[in-house]
Design a protein around this ligand. Sequence first.
Ligand code: ITT
Length: 198
Amino acid sequence: MDKKEVVIATTNQGKLKEFKRMLEPLGFKVSSLADEKVEIDVEETGKTFEENSLIKACCIHAKLPNKIIIADDSGLEVHALGGFPGIYSARFMEGQPYPLKRQAIIDRLKDKEDRSANFTSAISLIGFDEEEHVFVGKTFGFIANESSGDSGFGYDPIFFSPDLQKTFGQASPEEKDSVSHRGRALKQLEEYIKAHLD
Ligand code: ITT
């Protein structure tokens, strides 16, 4: 098995784009569920990012047992809202467009002083060796008063990153990857893979 050929178990095109642009320059051959002709709706029954990430990776690994699977479960945690939407970031106001979902978060913070938030990404790796692995990355910031920028996806335009001094929506792909939750989790995955290539 080529240990640098991986399948990204996501239906989220924003995530897929980020995985491709971070992994391909490192010499990985990245394929999507569409490339592998896998169509499956995985039910996220876990209570944490780590659990849901492993559920997704395991489900896809059952369909593609000879492949290395990478899955991501991630979300925005707003501290004044007790970590909401968290693992429900995709399911919150499901079916509504992101501009409305972003505005709903801003509205919920109307009377709150604390606008701090973080993104978390739990990335699973299954099929690389005998073990199941989960790598967790976080990035801290604040919920802006309004959406800015149209780069990235999801909640990026309302997430102000103090590291970048702009929202993720205003950041270039390279800037976002250098400080993002997904970039940080992926760094750990990359280090694990590099240390275990035989
Ligand atoms: P898959 O399960 O198929 O991977 P999904 O979008 O349903 O796709 P999640 O359950 O992990 O995935 O939900 C993640 C949500 O968290 C995502 O849809 C966004 O709303 C938000 N999110 C995660 N990472 C983000 C990022 O880098 N920028 C903006 N929003 C992000």
